[in-house]
Design a binder for this molecule. Structure first.
Ligand code: NAD
Length: 473
């Protein structure tokens, strides 16, 4: 592993073998057997304690995230805060797992529904949110009475160990939360292990597709969230200064390494020139540097290879005919680290690789459209469908967009519309494989199995043999 701000090797992570995966799952199976008996209030108690610890140790955990991921400290604290919302949501498990009850569904017969844990569930997570994404999964999974195995990204694995320590300090029994460091070998062992009941995955689209296909082929429940190419649609009536602030924040925050980053802006009609000028005016003010420095706006990319790949896309875009308004490759950046300046490209067209591929770097493409309909068609034709945002002052246009657009998460003058914890997170099309979005009510449903009980307490006065098919009476 590297500190991406210095380019220096910082630590080594040992990757689990198949037999180590077996041992971790066996321990989790034993832990899950007991944890499912913990009362709802005992489980909520652990979540409340964990929440308190997460508050108290945010600065320490932020430093760990920044040292391995590179994002600025305030951004690390931001992902912890958003993850914490999921812990708060899950602490409401006594309310959330309430079932239905129908008294006298038939004469003397009551029917009720309950939800029970699955057993051992696994989470496989990406490098770009080493705290928030694991918390999207494990808070709900544990609240529902499961044992959770986290396989974090091998690029920034230390935050997961800090989370494990906090779960322990919060009173969670051993084996209910396990960290398994590893790569494809560990993932594949989890996917075929008969005692792993469900897999939650967040990462790139090719791997998400693979996890979904391999996991479901083994009969597992799988939710696999993939990559993104998120478009902003800026209408001619938008407040251009506000839209430019929002788009710049969402395109370049965390160096563009966010699945909800706005990487394409569709400028409709005569707003294009004004918008490009407003965007370009903001870029020289953004400081690229070490994320631990308080005046840094944008940290490094995760690896040198990724930085070079992103730079390659900029070259390819220019060669294909896009206008390089600002070329991040020219920006002076600190030596040693995996830094890249901010890039703004205008006149991008849909067949260019800068448009078709998820770049995952500080690169914003502007595509010009003559009408709202053209802009909308562009978004709906894209294979990815994670997030999108419209910028307008026209409520009717915004409502029409929300109705028409084929994307899972929509912002109206909100650039990064990550749903709060009591809704659920997930895109459509190539951004999500499986039927269940992550966290919120869908998360509780994913980590539990429903059971419906039909019950009669015999009344000796009415007892008789009846061979007919049971009907409601
Ligand atoms: P990645 O797909 O390379 O890795 C994700 C996880 O899969 C890691 O734990 C990794 O170890 C594992 N993995 C990698 N290759 C594998 C293989 N061949 N077989 C089995 N497991 C494998 O993703 P990343 O680079 O860590 O993260 C960035 C990607 O994640 C981007 O595409 C981004 O859009 C996406 N992402 C999506 C969301 C979302 O909610 N949709 C959120 C965050 C990140």
């Amino acid at each position: 592993m590297y500190n991406p701000a210095t380019g220096e090797r910082s630590a080594e992570v040992e990757l689990a073998s198949g037999s180590e995966v077996d041992a971790a799952v066996a321990k989790a199976v034993t832990a899950a057997r007991d944890w499912r008996h913990a009362s709802l209030s005992q489980r909520a108690g652990v979540l409340f304690a964990f929440r308190q610890l997460l508050h108290e140790r945010t600065a320490e955990l932020s430093a760990i995230v920044t040292a391995e991921h590179g994002k600025v400290l305030s951004d690390s604290a931001g992902e912890i805060a958003r993850g914490l919302e999921n812990v708060e949501f899950a602490a409401g498990v006594p309310q959330l797992l309430k079932g239905g009850f129908s008294e006298q569904a038939s004469t003397g017969v009551d029917v009720y529904s309950i939800r029970q844990p699955l057993g051992v569930v696994a989470g496989i997570t990406p490098f770009n949110f080493p705290v928030m994404v694991p918390l999207w999964m494990c808070a709900n999974a544990i609240a529902c009475g499961n044992a959770f195995i986290l396989k974090p990204s091998e690029k920034d694995p230390s935050a997961s160990l800090f989370l494990a320590q906090m779960w322990k300090d919060a009173g969670l029994p051993d084996g209910v939360f396990t960290v398994l460091q590893g790569d494809k070998e560990a993932v594949d062992a989890l996917l075929v292990h008969p005692d792993v009941a469900a897999v939650s995955f967040v990462g790139s689209t090719p791997i998400a597709r693979y996890i979904y296909e391999a996991g479901t082929a083994q009969g597992k429940r799988v939710q696999a969230l993939g990559g993104a190419k998120n478009h902003a649609l800026v209408l001619p009536d938008a407040d251009v200064e506000m839209a430019a602030d929002a788009v710049v924040s969402a395109a370049y925050g965390s160096a563009g390494e966010r699945c909800m980053a706005l990487s394409v802006t569709v400028a409709v009609g005569d707003v294009a020139d004004r918008l490009v000028d407003a965007l370009a005016a903001r870029l020289p003010k953004l400081k690229v540097g070490d994320g631990t420095h308080p005046d840094t706006d944008i940290g490094p990319l995760i690896t040198a290879e990724h930085r070079d790949k992103v730079a390659g896309y900029i070259g390819a875009g220019a060669k294909a005919g896009a206008t390089l308004v600002v070329d991040g490759r020219d920006e002076e950046v600190p030596a040693g680290g995996f830094f890249l300046g901010t890039t703004l490209m205008d006149h991008v067209t849909p067949e260019m690789t800068v448009y078709t591929d998820e770049i995952f770097g500080p690169v914003l493409c502007v595509v010009r459209a003559e009408t709202y309909e053209q802009g909308l068609a562009l978004i709906n034709d894209n294979p990815y469908a994670n997030g999108t945002a419209i910028f307008t002052r026209d409520g009717g246009a915004a409502r029409q967009f929300q109705y028409d657009v084929q994307v899972g998460m929509v912002g109206i003058n909100v650039p990064v519309p990550v749903p709060v914890a009591y809704y659920s997170f997930g895109g459509w099309k190539a951004s999500l494989f499986g039927d269940t979005h992550m966290y919120g009510a869908e998360g509780m449903s994913f980590y539990t199995r429903g059971k419906v009980v039909t019950s009669r307490w015999p009344d000796p006065a009415t007892s008789a043999v009846d061979l007919g098919f049971p009907r409601t009476r």
